[in-house]
Design a protein around this ligand. Structure first.
Ligand code: SAM
Length: 223
C-alpha cells in the first residue's frame, strides 16, 4: 500500500546515504524533489535511473503536498528528498508531513545526515541541550536578537548563515558577548571541511584575512 517517505540525502559527500534510503528511492513509484536536476545527479551516482521525478519546492509545497498525499492514499509510494540533508530542516517537508497526518496517509521518516547535528557535535560546544534557529535573518537587528536569546538560554545556539553576512554576524556576536564560545563549521563532509573555534574576535580575525566561501553553520554558547 502507498505512503510518503521522507528521505535524507548527503550534505556534501555523496557516500553519506543509508542502505535503507537507497532501497526506498529504488523502489518508490515516484520521487518528489526540490530540484529534479540536482537530485538526478545523486540518483545517477547510486545507479538509480529511469525514475519518475516530480518537483516539490518552497514555492509549490502548499499546493503540491496535498496532491502527492492524495496519490499516496490511492496506493503510490512517494519518496521526498530535499536538495541536501534532512527534509523539513530549513527545507520543504513540513507541509507534506502535515498533509499525511490530516489525510491519514502512512508516513515514514528515515534518519540521516543534517548539517545541524554534524556541526553541533564537531563544534565541541555543549551538546546536551541546544536550540536551532534556522537561517539568521538578513536584518542585523533580528540577527542580534536571535543570537542574544540563544546565548542567554545557556544552551548551544545553532544557525545557518550565508558567507555574505558572516563577518557582520561575527561582529554583532563580539558586541553581544566578547567571551562567547563560537564555532563556524564550513563545508561539512566536503573536501574543504573546516571548523573555526574560538572567541568572536579570534574567528573574525581569520574570516577578515581569508576569502569566505561555502556553506556554513554558526554555533555559540556563553560558556
Ligand atoms: N536540510 C538541510 C540539513 O538538514 O542540513 C539544510 C538545508 S538549508 C536550505 C542549507 C543550509 O544548511 C546552508 O546554507 C548551510 O548554512 C547549511 N549547510 C548545508 N550543508 C552544509 C555543509 N555541508 N556544511 C556546512 N553547512 C551546511
Amino acid at each position: 500500500s502507498g505512503g510518503i517517505v521522507l528521505v535524507p540525502t548527503p550534505i556534501g559527500n555523496l557516500g553519506d546515504i543509508t542502505l535503507r534510503a537507497l532501497e526506498v528511492l529504488r523502489n518508490a513509484d515516484r520521487i518528489a524533489c526540490e530540484d529534479t536536476r540536482r537530485s538526478g545527479v545523486l540518483l545517477a551516482h547510486h545507479g538509480i535511473t529511469g525514475k519518475s521525478l516530480v518537483s516539490l519546492h518552497e514555492h509549490n509545497e502548499l499546493r503540491k503536498a496535498p496532491e502527492l498525499v492524495t496519490a499516496a492514499k490511492a496506493g503510490e509510494v512517494i519518496a521526498f528528498i530535499s536538495d541536501a540533508g534532512m527534509p523539513g530542516i530549513s527545507d520543504p517537508g513540513y507541509r507534506l508531513v502535515q498533509s499525511c497526518i490530516e489525510m491519514e496517509v502512512p508516513l515514514e521518516v528515515l534518519p540521516g545526515p543534517s548539517a545541524v547535528l554534524t556541526a553541533l557535535i564537531g563544534s565541541g560546544l555543549p551538546c546536551h541541550a541546544f536550540r536551532f534557529g534556522g537561517f539568521l535573518s538578513v536584518k542585523s537587528g533580528k540577527r542580534r536578537t536571535a543570537m542574544s536569546t540563544a546565548l542567554e538560554s545557556g544552551e548551544t545556539g545553532i544557525f545557518f548563515e550565508s558567507p555574505h553576512r558572516i563577518l557582520s554576524t561575527l561582529e554583532i556576536l563580539q558586541d553581544i558577548d566578547p567571551n562567547a564560545k563560537v564555532c563556524v563549521a564550513r563545508e561539512l563532509t566536503k573536501k574543504f571541511e573546516t571548523y573555526h573555534r574560538g572567541t568572536p574576535a579570534e574567528i573574525l580575525e581569520w574570516f577578515k584575512t581569508h576569502s569566505v566561501k561555502g556553506e556554513m553553520v554558526i554555533l555559540m554558547n556563553k560558556g
